[in-house]
Write a protein that binds this ligand. Structure first.
Ligand SMILES: NC(=O)c1ccc[n+]([C@@H]2O[C@H](COP(=O)([O-])OP(=O)(O)OC[C@H]3O[C@@H](n4cnc5c(N)ncnc54)[C@H](O)[C@@H]3O)[C@@H](O)[C@H]2O)c1
Length: 246
């Protein structure tokens, strides 16, 4: 129970990778705050079934005042924010020729601004308590350019990766680590949109020859959120079936 007594926020945790991160942190003792723009009743039900602790907050992370209100509410109810996992993300499919300006802006707003907003709202309390773990979910696309999505996605994840390193430098002196996990080819609704042909091609390109699971990403997040990773900051951990080894 390495996270016993800790409070963890996980954005975009109603389903997919975020849901498994919330469940795994809770299984290891954390009180989890499931933040999502959508209905999180399924994950709250799963927590209750297993007697695990947590609550849901319906928040659009692109709205900074809503993020500030959520962070204040969590601090009022729990007294601290020990772990922040910025997982919420969206993708736009297409090319520079087909993707609209509105799509570009929305991907940037959710993936970049939303990540920044939660860091901005949560870091002051982490500084006061002189501890905190932040884990941002980026993507292999930050390193390779988009493999399966439109250019906004890779650009947004590149920003998340660089933000991770910039914040890691700024807040290390306060006992706060900031790391990232870069998944690729994980079985969720995001990858369920792929055609059968694309899926076969992706699996074939991976040395492990299979898709990854949300729990395999969650395990990497739990490591970076743990005290075992206290000397690791500004790092991006690949969870990609060996596709990119850097
Ligand atoms: N699935 C993959 O193969 C893969 C690969 C690389 C990176 N990722 C990244 O992992 C993260 C999770 O992806 P997933 O596959 O679980 O996606 P998903 O679509 O299954 O889940 C994303 C969640 O984010 C929430 N969300 C979207 N916009 C939001 C907003 N404005 N405010 C609050 N919540 C919002 C959605 O409601 C949803 O619950 C994303 O950042 C994604 O870019 C996924």
């Amino acid at each position: 129970m390495q996270f016993h007594g800790k409070t963890a926020i996980i954005t975009g945790a109603a389903k997919g990778i975020g849901k498994e991160i919330a469940l795994m942190l809770a299984e290891q003792g954390a009180y989890v705050v499931v933040v999502d723009i959508g209905d999180a009743s399924e994950v709250i039900g799963a927590l209750q079934e297993r007697n695990l602790q947590g609550m849901a907050l319906q928040v659009d992370i692109t709205d900074y005042s809503a993020v500030e209100i959520a962070v204040r509410e969590i601090l009022d109810r729990r007294g601290s924010i020990d772990i922040l996992v910025n997982n919420a993300g969206i993708v736009a499919r297409g090319t520079i020729l087909t993707m609209s300006i509105e799509q570009w802006k929305r991907v940037m707003e959710v993936n970049v601004n939303g990540t920044y907003y939660f860091c901005k709202a949560a870091i002051p309390s982490m500084i006061s308590q002189k501890s905190g773990k932040i884990v941002n979910i980026t993507s292999i696309a930050a390193k390779t350019g988009d493999l399966t999505a439109a250019p906004a996605y890779g650009a947004s994840k590149g920003a998340v990766s660089t933000l991770t390193r910039s914040l890691a430098r700024q807040v290390a002196q306060y006992g706060i680590t900031v790391n990232a996990v870069a998944p690729h080819a994980i079985e969720t609704d995001m990858s369920a949109e792929w055609s059968e042909e694309k899926r076969t091609g992706v699996v074939e390109s991976l040395p492990v020859k299979r898709m990854g699971t949300p729990r395999e990403v969650a395990a990497a997040v739990c490591y970076l959120a743990s005290d075992d990773a206290a000397f690791v900051t500004g790092e991006t951990l690949n969870v990609n079936g060996g596709y990119l080894m850097d």
